[in-house]
Structure formats: structure tokens, C-alpha cells
Design a protein around this ligand. Sequence first.
Ligand code: PEP
Ligand code: MN
Length: 361
Amino acid sequence: MAESLEALRKRIDEIDLELLSLLNKRGEVVNSIGKIKETQGTKRFDPVRETQLLESIKENNEGPFSTSTLQHLFKQIFKASLDLQKTETKKILLVSREKRSEDTVIDVKGEKIGDGNTHFVMGPCSVESYEQVREVALEMKNQGLQLLRGGAFKPRTSPYDFQGLGVEGLKILRQVADELDMAVVSEITSPENIEVALDYVDIIQIGARNMQNFDLLKTAGSVDRPVWLKRGLSATIEELIYAAEYIHSRGNSQIILCERGIRTYEKATRNTLDISSVPILKKETHLPVAVDVTHSTGRRDLLLPAAKAAIAIGADVVMAEVHPDPATALSDSAQQMDIAQFRDFMKGLQPLLNMNQKATV
Ligand code: PEP
Ligand code: MN
């Protein structure tokens, strides 16, 4: 006698539960394979192996399902298994929000970068003389600002352009900063100079051209000094995050990410300020984010609107270059502000700054 509908349905339910249990058993084995592949560094997707498995379905299929239907179903299982491996073995980066939900706050001589207030890094493109740096620094002091920048090692596009004063430049910055109780931000271009930089700088800058200089990142990651990491000329946000991870993975978690414009086909500006990178970086990482309005726009007339946009979108720091006499500057003369323009720039930003901020005009 034929089985009743009820009995058949009961058998189907039992088979489905068996399938469920078998699929999850398969998932466990898949995860173990994923771990082995992770340590071996081999690719998770193996097309040869997938073809073999599909072939074996063909050889062993006794129906009633057609081979193509079963192969289609198994492909779905293979895909789900691959996804399972991805989520199981996905590394949670040290710099990610997932790893740490609170904002990282970096204390530089009492200035707490990442505390929710807007901070400013200002100073000349290149250090040219004690007098030049001091003139800018004095005006910064007047404005209540204390993070003084200046390039001593200049990675110039042309080898015939001014290359910077080197350690002499760092000494000038330190001297002026000490006299006025300020902090120094300066770019270091090679791992060998990190050690000497510790005597002079409060924040080590890694420039756009060095964002993927992995030896430099590792060396900066092994010292106890905040790092100002600039986005590479053509780097993606993900590449910037991985560059920061290089630093963090060596033990140094004091990292400030700096959007400084990227190379696009647009010629109206020196680079294209990728303003949306700011909220993305804030969302994806727990690190403070800065916007360099000078190198991104390359235009004096755009510094104020770009800085307003940066503050409005959530940047922790705004960076811009100031020179007592931009026309005679040895680098970036077209885009640095003079002292009067710097004053106007800060005045223009006042409405956007929080009430409790240090910067006052
Ligand atoms: C700088 O800030 O001095 C500089 C050279 O900028 P970037 O590395 O972003 O070009
Ligand atoms: Mn410059």
C-alpha cells in the first residue's frame, strides 16, 4: 500500500533536517580548511577543486534530479562555503572601528587631537630660516594655535628643486617651538632619520609620496611618537587604512590620517579633495582625521571654503601652509597664505568652531 501524504511529508521533514545538519557539518569542515589556507597564505577559491567536485556529481548522480540541476545547487553551496570562510577568517584591523569603538585622542603637548574640537596645523611649506618660521609661529600664537609645521626634508618632484634644510631645518623648528611653547610637525622621508627626528619633532609626518614606503611605516610604528600619515597621490581609502595598520601593528597607535587630495583628471585644482573620505575614515577607523587644504586645492582662493567643508564634514584637524612672503617661498609659492590672509582665514572659520575651542581671533 502506498504511503499516506502525511507519512511522506514526515519523511521529507526528516530528510530536510538531515540535510541541514549535513550542510552545517560541511560548514565546519570548510572553516577548518579556511584556517589552514589562512596560515599557508593560499587563495580560498580553488577553481580546479570546484570543477572536480562538479564532475564527481555528474559521475555519481543516479537521479531523479538532472545533473545540471544538482550542479547548480552545489554551486550555491560552494559559494556559501566560500563566504563562510571569508567571514570566519576576516582579520579585524587594529585601526578599525570594529576593533575599538571609541575615538582615539592624541595628546600633543596638551592639545588633544580627536577630542571633538577642531585643531589646526599651520606653518610654511619648507623651513627656510629661523626668522621665517618665527614670524609665522608668532602669528599662530596670536591666534591661539600651537601645532607648528614646516618641511625640513622635502620630497620634491624634480631633483633640481629645493630639497629642504634637513636636520638644520628640524633644529630651527624645535628652537622656535620651544621659545613659544609650541609643538612641531615635520615630514621624515627615510627610516634612518626617524631616530634623529625624535630629538626635534612632536609629530612625525609621513608624506603622500611615502604612504607605501613600508620600511618607513614600520620604523615609525616602532617609536613612541604620533604619526601624521598623508594619503598617497593615487591611493585608495583602503590603501591608506592599510598603511596606518602597518604603523599600528608595530605598536604605535598614535596615528592621524590626512586627506590631502588625490590625482584625478580634473585640472582646476592641484589635486581633487576627496571630502567624502573624511566621514568614511571616521566611520571605518577610530583615528583622528585631518584635511590638508593647501596641497589638495593648490589654490589660495579655495583654502577657506575647503576648510569650512572639512570642519562641517567632521575633520578633526585642518592643515594649511603660511609663509611671511609667499612670493619668495622656495616651495609652493602659489598657494601659501601670507600673514594677513592667514588672519582672515581663521576669522572666516570662527562661526564654524565650537565655543570651547582654543582658537580665537
Ligand atoms: C607637505 O605637507 O609638506 C607635503 C609635501 O605634502 P604631501 O606629502 O601631501 O604632498
Ligand atoms: Mn607644500
